[in-house]
Design a protein around this ligand. Sequence first.
Ligand SMILES: O=C(O)CCC(=O)C(=O)O
Ligand SMILES: [Fe+2]
Length: 413
Amino acid sequence: MSSIPVEFDPDHITSLSNPDAQMYRAELSSKDPMQSVLKDNPEIYFVPPKRRSEWGEWEFKPGSYYDTTIGSKHPYWKNEDLPKATKDIKRLRFDMLKWGYCKIDSALSDRQVANIRQRVLDQAEGERLAGIAQKTPSGQNINCCVNKGQCFEGLIEQHPSVVQGGALVEQLVTEALGANWICTSLIASISLQGGVPQALHQDQDLALDSRSPLTINILTPITDMDETNGGTLVIPGSHLVLSAAVRNQSPVGKLPPAINIDAKAGTMIITDGRLLHGTGINHTTLPRIVMLNGMQHPLIRQQENWMLSVRPAVLRRASPKLLQRMGYQATNAAQTNEGHGFGARGLMEEAAGSTVDFRLAADNGEYQRVGELSPNSTEQELNTSFTLREVVRKARASGQSAPVGIGGAKLNP
Ligand SMILES: O=C(O)CCC(=O)C(=O)O
Ligand SMILES: [Fe+2]
């Protein structure tokens, strides 16, 4: 007979765990504020992405959130004092607090912009030629930019040689997040003709009732952007409306319309993680580039650095459950590896989000990271057996690949 007390028996526990007996059920199962946003604002909806073969063939519904223009041309917004591109720190603070974003005028000089633009365009082409481009519903992303050009190292640290307005950007981010904030990712977001508008979303994925942001995204257009080429869609002020609704447990109600942000290349747009936003539609033939430089509160990460510290032998014998619990299953917003894990949900044994093979390759001294590529890369460079290629191939073979695909083989589930 088992000597384990009956209270520890899984069946016994289940019998005492009906939903109405559980703690914090409402809080944890709540999909708010997005559920309420969608219910109260039918013009905000998810536009399904198109496969490569149907690229551009999506239904534009007039009156939808993406059927809009820049603030100064929008009948609802044109008389409002929306964020202005400026170097005035007082105005920037005002715009952040009131509207949830601010625009730092000429944070990058023309020369700094030109340098990044060339590197992004070359890398995007190189990754397409190498068959490892990350296709997104709106176009293409370049992930893990830090490995793909020295200019990106400087962008992450807002070094004056790459970001002339770096000191001003850092002051504002520090005021928003507190000291010692960290970068969560640096991605180039390229909106291409034919792409669908990104679903409106909040970048902050947790504690959405917070009174100050826990995450910030610094959006840096590297091409001028406006309503014609996919200027980022935002609902000004939504950071306050949405966080108050969650705090008060009340419906979000009718939101004001979205606008396209207009900004010159080199403007840095600091966005509050609670702001509703998404990539706009590019109606032109030229790529629209925005660098997404996410920053977050430094405590949003694990205490022990399992990615590095776990002994290879422990990792090799780890069960799917142990791997998942230590964080080796990425989600869309957490611990993607060179972009692998986008679209995954952090589930145990979910191949689309499994990252342990990167670490095992590193242990064997065989991890081939994607570095700088361009149209001038040699065949040999383009055909490098990048570990990313192998991991993605394995995930696909299991039939579980994520809805957005590296290599472009899959744009839809
Ligand atoms: O591309 C853009 O304009 C915004 C992209 C974005 O918000 C995201 O990917 O989280
Ligand atoms: Fe975003």
